[in-house]
Design a protein around this ligand. Sequence first.
Ligand code: SAH
Length: 219
Amino acid sequence: MENDALKYRRLREEMVRKQIEARGVSAPLVLAAMRKVKRHLFVSEALMDQSYGDFPLPIGEQQTISQPYIVAEMTQSLGVGPDDRVLEIGTGSGYQAAVLAEIVFRVYTIERIHSLYSNARRLFDRLRYHNIVSKYSDGTVGWPDESPFDAIIVTAGSPRVPQVLIDQLAVGGRLIIPVGDQYTQDLVRIEKDEEGIHRSSLGGCRFVKLVGEHGWEKI
Ligand code: SAH
C-alpha cells in the first residue's frame, strides 16, 4: 500500500504540472515552493484528500483556502526573492504565507479571526516557519511599524485599494489585491516607483470579503 507521504507528494506534483505550469506559471522559485509546501496540512483531516484539487476549500468560520493556481499566480506576480520582506493580509489557513516563506526573507501576516490566527500560528511553529511573523488584528490598516514592505498581498476582496497599503509599500514594491463587489473582483496589481504608482489587472477572481476599517463593513 502506498503510504500517505508518497501519495500526497504525487498529488502535489500532479497539481503543479496540470494546474500551475500548464496555465503558464513558470517562475522557478514559485514552482519549487508549490512542490514543497504540504497543502494537505493546511486543511482539516476530512478534506486532506481533496486538498490538491483545482478549487478552494472551506477552512471554517466561512473562510476558504484559495485554489492552488491562484496562490501560484499571485505569488509569481509579486515578483519576490530571497531578500524581500512581504506583508500578507488574510492569513486564513496559512498556506499562502508558507508558500511565500519558502521564497522570501520574512513574511508578516495578519488575520482578523482569532481561531484562524491561532491555528495558523500553531502550524507555522510545528512546521518550523521561523520567518513568518503573524498577528491577530485588522489588516486593512497594514503593519506600520514594520513598513515599508517589498511586496504586499491581500487575500480577501476589497471594495477599493486602501491608500494606507500603498503608503506602506517600498519604492520598487508591488501590491496585489482583489478589488470589486462581494461576488466578483478584479485582481489588481500596483507597482510603486519614483514617479508614482502603476496599476494593471491580472483578471477576474473571487475571494471572501476583506472586512475592516478600509475594507467592507462588518454586518
Ligand atoms: N491566504 C489564505 C486565504 C484566506 S481567505 C490562505 O492561504 O488560506 C481570506 C482571509 O482573510 C480569511 O481568513 C479572513 O478572515 C481574512 N480577513 C478578512 N478581512 C481581514 C482583515 N481586515 N484583516 C485580516 N484578515 C482579514
